[in-house]
Ligand binder design. Structure first.
Ligand SMILES: [Fe+2]
Ligand SMILES: [Fe+2]
Length: 121
């Protein structure tokens, strides 16, 4: 997918990193999945924590909603990892994550970035 830039470097850089990591799934070799899942989870926690902290620091009006969505996605990831179901994991990284990110980027992240651009000192 083509990454839409939001105009806030700190968020855009995380999104470039995120997409590269999702794309990396397709190149995994035998025995690399477990380390990859850890790496992906680690990225997602950092990515979401960074946005959550920015929203709280600058008083974003819909922070509660956006933070709740991040929490939901982390819980979904944990469920998916602990399911240990190869087919489910495959569907997640080849379909679901793209649909989710495309939507999230164009709604919550988009509105958040615009707010931060106008409100960060
Ligand atoms: Fe994001
Ligand atoms: Fe977000």
């Amino acid at each position: 997918m083509e990454l839409q830039m939001l105009g806030l470097e700190i968020m855009d850089n995380k999104h470039i990193e995120f997409l590269a990591l999702v794309e990396k799934y397709k190149t995994l070799k035998e025995g690399e999945l477990s380390a990859y899942l850890n790496e992906f989870k680690q990225h997602l926690v950092e990515h979401f924590t960074q946005e959550n902290e920015l929203m709280e620091k600058y008083g974003f009006f819909a922070a509660h909603c956006h933070i709740g969505e991040h929490q939901r996605v982390l819980e979904m990831l944990d469920d998916m990892i602990s399911s240990n179901n190869k087919k489910e994991i495959d569907t997640y990284f080849t379909e679901l994550i793209y649909d989710w990110f495309n939507n999230h980027l164009n709604t919550m992240d988009y509105v958040t970035a615009n707010f931060l651009i106008n409100n960060m000192a």
